[in-house]
Design a protein around this ligand. Structure first.
Ligand code: MN
Length: 569
């Protein structure tokens, strides 16, 4: 059997104690444009920089005490250390005291690298890699060369040189600023709950992964804005010289509903929010929000309109969606209910995803990716009410699954080079929906399995007349907090009899959903008093649910009201 290249990495760490990523080797597809590189600033017992290059599904790593040299011919010592998992590239936060490498970690720079005229792995094995970095801070050529003798601890020393032209020294601010979050080492250290922005999100294993991804998108937007400001190519500022043109309502472009998500380099993906589509017209300090049917909504979202006055432009037309946000970063039906309750107002944010006119200049025929760049420059990033709905990284199928697990409506796909086509459903913008959803009555639960605690799945059904009809087990959609809270509520509702009129099934059922008499013996039954909202892809032939996901309890529903709703067709 082949040795796992991350054995050494795993051996040094206790993953119950550290939030660093687990030792997972990724099967990666080679990308023609280059592979990932990252430099992490690491305040361990000695401050150093960890330089990492993606090769064969892991990050080849060196500790560089003084960081990469900036002047041609300068050389620095680089100690090769154990390979790290690819997910490590976005690890930023604190390694807790007592763990290997304890201290603060910042993603100091991140981007892609290319090796000239050689296969990276072969160059590495030969002991000389001449590479070009395309990072947020570092751009240019370097070379890293192995020195013959390993030191007494078996560590392999290398030397890293600056090749080609000199680079200007970074400002002190840039030197101490994360490439993904903009935070200083001090800010990262001070953050109570060490954030980590990780590819592990794609596996859906991290409760905050979605939040992290949204944050990542925001950080990316901020970095792009700063970069363009530095380079003096700020379109917004340049366009201020243009005459203040007329801006008028533009009918929002529509998404075509697809069954499957399109894949490929020419698509970008955004969250489909279950909020309200809102087009903004800004004329100086006069800001109005309109619905897709051209109804004014400014009075409902006055704070948003106020925030938009701070945009870096005289006039503009924006497209976006007003959303009620839960703390986890998802928008949800529970919040829409909450906003109607007196004294309860969930945070409202405006997710901007397009700009159609800037200072009188029509942008509709620019490719989408260019409009997005302009949007990032114009919209203030320091306002909590305004967020740019940036595109999400990762594989589309994984994104789709994750989005559904988070209880969101679905995913939007947009062709990177598409024009803005007012009022049209041309197919350049598409949406894929997660599922249907309805309420169900909880009538029992199955025992926990594997690593899961408290219970395995809830058993749900609906009323047909006086009879409670079993529909499905629902085993996903719970995080640990929800599991515990539900389990606690269940204890007060236990009863010996099964409340479902149609159980047991005679057979296990076509999709393994049926409950036989012997399976019933292991279930715990509950008085049918709790109502759950459940998303699912469709009703199965024998009356079950395919891919059901628990979304929350409905406190506004009486169990007796819960009937089978007609599937959307
Ligand atoms: Mn380190």
């Amino acid at each position: 059997m082949k040795r796992n290249p991350l054995d050494e990495y795993a051996g040094k760490r206790d993953f119950k104690q550290t939030r660093e990523p687990g030792p997972r080797v990724k099967k990666t597809e080679r990308v023609a444009t280059g592979n990932l590189f990252v430099i992490q600033k690491h305040a361990a017992s000695h401050l150093h920089y960890d330089f990492r290059l993606e090769m064969e599904g892991v990050l080849k790593s060196w500790a560089v005490p003084k960081g990469l040299p900036m002047r041609r011919g300068d050389k620095r010592l680089a100690m090769q250390v154990e390979d790290h998992p690819l997910d490590y590239a976005r690890f930023e936060g604190i390694i807790a005291p007592g763990n290997y490498g304890a201290g603060t970690v910042m993603v100091w720079d991140i981007g892609t690298y290319e090796v000239k005229d050689a296969e990276p792995l072969k160059a590495l094995e030969a002991g000389k890699v001449h590479f070009t970095l395309k990072g947020k801070k570092l751009k240019g050529e370097w070379a890293i060369i192995r020195i013959r003798n390993p030191n007494e601890k078996g560590k392999q020393p290398w030397l890293i040189f600056k090749a080609s032209e000199d680079l200007p020294e970074l400002s002190a601010k840039k030197e101490n600023e994360s490439a993904i979050s903009g935070r200083s080492m001090e800010k990262i250290a001070a953050a109570q709950d060490a954030e980590w922005q990780s590819n592990r999100a794609a596996a859906g294993s991290e409760p905050d992964s979605f939040k992290a991804r949204i944050r990542k998108a925001a950080a990316k937007a901020k970095a792009a804005k700063e970069k363009s400001e530095e380079q003096g190519t700020d379109i917004a500022i340049a366009s201020k010289k243009l005459p203040h043109g007329k801006v008028a309502f533009i009918e929002p472009m529509k998404c075509k509903l697809l069954d499957e998500i399109p894949n490929g380099d020419d698509w970008i993906y955004e969250i489909k929010f279950d909020g309200i589509r809102a087009l903004t017209l800004k004329r100086g300090d006069d800001v109005e929000l309109y619905s897709r049917l051209r109804n004014k909504m400014t009075h409902r979202f006055g704070d948003v309109a106020e925030a938009l006055k701070k945009c870096d432009c005289e006039s503009a037309v924006f497209d976006g969606e007003v959303v009620a946000l839960e703390q986890s970063g998802r928008s949800s039906f529970q919040l829409l209910q909450m906003s109607r309750m007196p004294g309860q107002s969930p945070p409202i944010v405006y997710y901007l995803f397009d700009i159609l006119n800037l200072d009188g200049k029509d942008l509709k025929n620019l490719p989408l990716h260019e409009r997005k760049k302009i949007l990032q420059q114009v919209v203030p990033t320091n306002d909590d009410l305004l967020r740019i709905s940036d595109h999400l990284g990762g594989r589309p199928e994984q994104l789709w699954t994750e989005v559904c697990q988070r209880g969101l409506e679905g995913l939007i796909g947009k062709q990177r080079n598409s024009k803005y086509e007012p009022g049209k459903r041309s197919g350049a913008w598409i949406k894929v929906k997660c599922t249907s959803a309805q309420e169900f009555v909880i009538g029992g639960y199955t025992p926990p399995q594997g690593a899961r605690e408290k219970f395995g799945a809830i058993m749900v059904g609906y009323y047909e007349g006086d009879k409670l009809i079993f529909a499905s087990k629902v085993g996903t959609g719970f995080d640990r907090r929800v599991l515990e809270a539900l389990h606690k509520q269940f204890q007060k509702l236990k009863q010996p009899e099964c409340p479902f009129a149609n159980l047991p099934d005679k057979r296990p059922g076509r999709w393994g959903q049926g409950i036989t008499a012997s399976q019933m013996k292991r279930c715990t039954w509950l008085r049918p008093q709790l109502v759950a909202q459940v998303r699912f892809t469709e009703w199965t032939m024998d009356g079950g649910l395919r891919h059901p996901v628990f979304m929350g309890l409905r406190e506004d529903k009486q169990p007796r009201e819960v009937v089978k709703e007609k599937p959307e067709r």
